[in-house]
Write a protein that binds this ligand. Structure first.
Ligand code: CTP
Length: 415
């Protein structure tokens, strides 16, 4: 059902921050529009909307003019025709309306300024290919050349043209993200195109960085397990890497494990996708794929060490361990390893006991106390302290005096 212009105007005016921008945008020489996901969310009645504004003209210049008038700052990327303005707590992204030219599938497109209808025509899905005029007589008019409004009402995710997934295979992952977030479904024609693109190797044309950005966004959705179930149904997991096995229940459990252990839910879920390798060769190949995603080093190591260590750890924790053994096994493991071990069926009690009581445990004495008692500095001293801590964890020592006595006798024995 078409929304009256007055209704959309009222919705625009109620968006936090937009009431400040609208009068000034109206004074500029160029027409401007709210576009993309912002319009989708506006029509869905969302209150918190990222302001994405397309300018049929010079977006960086418009941003500087807005910032100057409103007392904010503008950061422009003239080369890309984009800019971000900040005025108090308000942030808005401006971009010159553009067309995109794909030199080869999967590559980032070359962009050129173009009218609004071409800018809408280059987008991923109909529900993301609408604009609402922010300026002129038509303020509040919906521009919907691809039937986005109808698809929004019907709950369809639908591409604009047959080659969409081949031109930009990140859209395969984006489609599942929107399905999960909005509770929508791929339109049957779009689903067929998605399966064909995946089977045809479209995802292999993407750089690791582009895969990472979309995969992380997908795994950050509240219904990530639902999106992961769809990854498998459409064969996207195997298309990303033949050893990637997307098990929605394991992903859900890894996310739960992340909550219990303080791990990153996204990295824990990613690690859960990566434990399906059936041979050493496949495992190494999968590790190379993870390394190629361009995660920051600590995140990459967390994912890799979780996939390597969690299955063995889950087995090991199945039998009771002394506190000192538990401490030794878990010390230094990233939280993601613990999250994945929980997901793989490790009992929660020892892991939670380690996190709450064993990991923070410290001796009341230090090396300086041993040196003061006449033990020369050497690696033996560290070993004596570690052994003393082990005894303390197992409840065999209590208080500073006992710790000192034990550590001194261990250090002397060792000498
Ligand atoms: N877009 C696209 N193809 C892509 C990436 C983005 O067509 N591969 C377009 C879509 O119109 C999208 C808009 O650019 O709505 C903004 O991209 P992004 O911020 O990634 O998407 P949003 O829809 O705003 O999603 P989110 O709500 O998750 O930020």
């Amino acid at each position: 059902m078409a929304l009256p212009v007055t209704d959309l105007r009222a919705r625009l005016a109620s968006l936090p921050g937009l009431e400040t921008l609208l009068p000034v945008l109206g004074e500029l020489a160029w027409p401007s529009y709210l576009v993309g996901g912002a319009v989708r969310d506006l029509l869905r009645g969302e209150r918190s909307i990222d302001l994405d504004i397309a300018v049929e003209g010079d977006a960086p210049a418009a941003a500087h003019a807005l910032a100057a008038r409103l007392g904010g700052t503008a950061l422009g990327h003239e080369r890309f025709g984009t800019a971000t303005i900040r005025v108090g707590s308000l942030t808005a992204d401006l971009a010159t309306t553009r067309r995109e030219v794909y030199d080869r599938p999967g590559a980032l497109p070359r962009v050129e300024p173009a009218p609004l209808h071409e800018d809408l025509g280059r987008r991923d899905f109909t529900v993301n290919a609408m604009a609402v005029a922010l300026t002129g007589e038509g303020l509040g008019t919906l521009h919907d050349p691809h039937g986005g409004r109808t698809d929004l009402d019907a709950g369809w995710i639908r591409v604009l043209h047959q080659a969409s997934f081949v031109d930009d295979p990140t859209r395969l992952l984006r489609a599942l993200r929107y399905e999960a977030r909005l509770g929508f479904a791929l339109h049957p024609d779009t689903e067929r195109l998605a399966r064909e693109a995946a089977a045809g190797g479209a995802l292999l044309t993407l750089s690791g960085d582009r895969i990472r950005v979309e995969l992380e966004a997908l795994l950050a959705e509240p219904d990530a397990p639902g999106a992961v179930a769809r990854l498998t149904q459409l064969g996207l997991d195997r298309a990303l890497h033949p050893a990637l096995a997307a098990d929605p229940q394991l992903v859900a459990s890894a996310q739960l494990g992340a909550l219990q252990t303080g791990a990153s839910p996204v990295l824990s879920a990613l690690a859960a996708l990566c434990i399906g390798a059936s041979s050493d060769g496949q495992r190494q190949d999968l590790e190379r794929w993870v390394a190629g995603l361009g995660l920051p080093a600590p995140a990459r190591e967390a994912v890799l060490s979780a996939t390597r260590r969690a299955p063995a750890l889950a087995d090991q924790l199945a039998s009771p361990l002394r506190p000192s053994e538990l401490h030794e096994s878990l010390t230094g493991e990233p939280a993601e390893t613990l999250a994945l071990a929980l997901a793989l069926g490790a009992p929660a009690e020892p892991i939670l006991h380690y996190l709450a009581a064993l990991r923070p445990a410290r001796l009341e004495i230090t090396g300086a106390d041993l040196v003061a008692a006449g033990i020369p500095e050497s690696p033996l001293l560290g070993r004596a302290l570690r052994e003393t801590l082990r005894l303390k964890l197992d409840g065999e020592l209590c208080g500073r005096e006992e710790e000192l006595r034990t550590a001194l006798s261990l250090a002397r024995e060792a000498r």
